[in-house]
Design a protein. Sequence first.
Length: 136
Amino acid sequence: MMLVLGVGNEMMGDDAFGPLVIKELEGKTKAKLWSGSNPENYIGKIKNPIEKLVILDAAYMKKRPGTVRMIETDKIKERPISTHQIPLSMLMRELKAESTYYIVAQPKDVEFDVEPSKEIKRAVKKASKMVIKILR
């Protein structure tokens, strides 16, 4: 199985990056797609083995808003770099995928009840192309 997790809160501006990529991917891949702000609540529903796992999230990287990067999973520390509190290293350990990819975008604004920025909307297009390439 291939799984794409779009982590983020759609009511928090650019934090919606992950869920927006999932919406962009709908109908374009056979991978299982999930989005939301609490991936730890989804772990029990996932059937192993997972061949490829792609995690999409807004993350503070000290880059220009909308910058998209693939972060090597061994570089992810126990402390969160994303806009969420769950350490992604813990999530990755629990899911036990053969290959894991972590794609992040630098947010501009993660305030409540703010629309995603134009920079994040461009990042969504770029990230969805990256995911399609990974899943091939």
